[in-house]
Design a protein around this ligand. Structure first.
Ligand code: NOJ
Length: 550
């Protein structure tokens, strides 16, 4: 089928369902809640939704541990609620992406239950190994979340591999029967009318033969032996030929540790297997590989990541643009300033919404939600955060450990969306939500921002509207100016006579306004700004301006 590449004109919104909106009053976000908010999303201007997993799951990793791929979890409203949301989204011109999590399943999935009992054909659905002759683990790999990557199963009498939590055994993708199962799952959702997939850690599905020890990579030891593994392109090409090519869909691969050069092997429009890729470099301007190794924020690093991907994919492949998702703390708390909350929230939006690619906005980002700062580990729900807390050096004080979590935990961005200033931020009618709301909901909430023309939310609306109206944003050339400035991000997008100039300050002090050569501000129109009265020659703290030249 001829792919129309409709996704190049979309703006997606990521729903992390447990914390989006509770529609039935049980304290957990659900699809009834999503249905209620479809008009809100349409008003915001987004025209696509990516659902983090909504399948039946024991919830060891908030749904990324799937127990049944062809159903919707009862706590989210079941299949009937999903069909209503899908139809409601389509009626409003919104596409729907599902999360495809096939590197691993839940240990409660029927396949795993049968595999551990060696019931065929499931015996080799997972990666089982005996201990080494000296009784040690099959290899030295670490899991991403909970210590070593191997856990012994009493029933089978062998170890199974899990690159994530203990309850997330890795599938054996080298088994063609497993690949057939994956195809069945994909066809099931596509035949129902779903518009594509975000593919969870898809670059991990092919492990190096022999599962060798790793002596190179200190973080998540083993990664070079399973990320971008030997058969990865072959398996993806098989999925494409057998399934994706038969539908007009959008496929997005999540790819830790990928460079633009390597990405092209997956997503080049000529010869690639997937449409686009979620890279991690844009999330590493204040850390080394992971949020748990923090560093001071560097604007130059952020700009370099943005520009590299803009330049190297241009004309060859399509970018996914994002600054937040459910796996990283909130962006204003990281790259912006909680003190200049409103200004920096808008500057961050302008920094990425006019780049070439398909933008994704994570729930709550559009109102500038901030990191959560709970006073006790009991409040945390994320498996990785809880494991880390309990395994940090006993020399750290309680206060130090909590501060580390505020700065690094995924839960910092997973608190319920703050809809209004009623109890529990209007997220639920239940007395106790499944996860505490951020105490700042009286100041930061949707209702208040809908009513305030100067809010972050209304800035997002304007920016999305502007983006949609300008051809230069989809097609124009990207040029970065003053790349070495530690406090100014300045870029232009140029398409014939239409030119867009974006100026974003990342300083909490006023700075001189620098304008790229050939641009005369008096000849352009100021089409978006975050200060009512911009000063001549000066950018105020976290000021942003977007000028249009025709
Ligand atoms: C990446 C997902 O985004 C994350 O939330 C999840 O924990 C892991 N993959 C494992 O599925």
């Amino acid at each position: 089928m001829e792919r129309t590449r409709w996704y190049k004109d979309k703006v997606f919104y990521q729903i992390w369902p447990r914390s989006f909106k509770d529609g039935n009053g049980d304290g957990i976000g659900d699809l009834l809640g999503v249905y209620e908010k479809l008009d809100y999303l349409k008003e915001l201007g987004v025209n696509g939704i990516w659902f983090s997993p909504i399948y039946p799951s024991p919830g060891a990793d908030c749904g990324y541990d799937i127990a049944d791929y062809m159903d919707i979890a009862p706590e989210f409203g079941g299949m009937e609620a999903f069909r209503a949301v899908l139809e409601g989204a389509h009626e409003r011109g919104m596409k729907v992406l599902m999360d495809l999590v096939v590197n691993h399943t839940s240990d409660e999935h029927e396949w795993f239950q049968k595999s551990r009992q060696r019931i065929d054909p499931y015996t080799d659905y997972y990666i089982w190994r005996p201990a080494k002759p000296d009784g040690s683990l099959p290899n030295n790999w670490d899991s991403n979340f909970e210590g070593k990557a191997w856990t012994y199963d009493e029933v089978r009498g062998e170890y199974y591999l899990h690159l994530f939590a203990i309850k997330q055994p890795d599938l054996n993708m080298d088994n063609h029967l497993v690949r057939e199962e994956v195809k069945k799952i994909m066809r099931f959702w596509l035949d129902m009318g779903v518009d594509g997939f975000r593919e969870d850690v898809i670059t991990y599905i092919s492990k190096k033969e022999g599962l060798p020890d790793d002596h190179l990579f200190p973080i998540y030891k083993g990664m070079p032996n399973y990320n971008h593994g030997p058969h990865i392109h072959e398996y993806l090409a098989e999925f494409k030929a057998d399934v994706w090519d038969h539908y007009d869909i959008f496929t997005v691969a999540e790819a830790p540790l990928v460079s633009p050069e390597l990405a092209l092997k997956y997503i080049a429009e000529e010869g690639g297997q997937i449409d686009s890729m979620i890279q991690f470099q844009c999330e590493c301007a204040d850390c080394l590989f992971t949020d748990y190794i923090p560093m001071p924020f560097s604007l130059v690093r952020m700009k370099k990541a943005f520009s590299d991907w803009q330049h190297k994919l241009r004309g060859k492949a399509w970018n996914v643009l994002y600054i937040e998702n459910h796996d990283h703390p909130r962006i204003i708390s990281r790259y912006g300033s909680e003190k200049f909350w409103k200004e920096s929230g808008k500057t961050l939006a302008a920094s990425y919404l006019f780049l070439q690619g398909t933008p994704f906005i994570y729930q709550g980002q559009e109102i500038g939600m901030l990191n959560w700062k709970p006073r006790s580990i009991e409040a945390y729900r994320d498996v990785q955060s809880i494991y880390n807390y309990h395994h940090w050096s006993p020399k750290l004080t309680e206060e130090q450990k909590l501060r580390k979590l505020w700065r690094s935990s995924r839960d910092s961005a997973r608190t319920p969306v703050q809809w209004d200033n009623s109890p529990n931020a209007g997220f639920t009618d239940a007395e106790t939500p499944w996860m505490d709301v951020n105490e700042n909901y009286h100041e930061i909430n949707v209702a208040q921002q809908l009513a305030d023309p100067d809010s972050i939310l209304n800035f997002y609306k304007k920016a999305i509207g502007l983006r949609k109206s300008l051809k230069s944003v989809r097609y124009g050339k990207y040029i970065e100016h003053f790349p070495l400035s530690p406090t100014l991000y300045c870029y232009t997008r140029e398409l014939k006579c239409e030119k867009l100039l974006v100026l974003c300050s990342y300083s909490d002090k006023p700075q001189n306004l620098k304008v790229p050569k050939g641009y005369d501000l008096s000849k352009g129109s100021l089409v978006l700004q975050n200060y009512a009265s911009p000063l001549p020659g000066i950018l105020q703290p976290y000021e942003c301006r977007v000028y249009l030249f025709k």
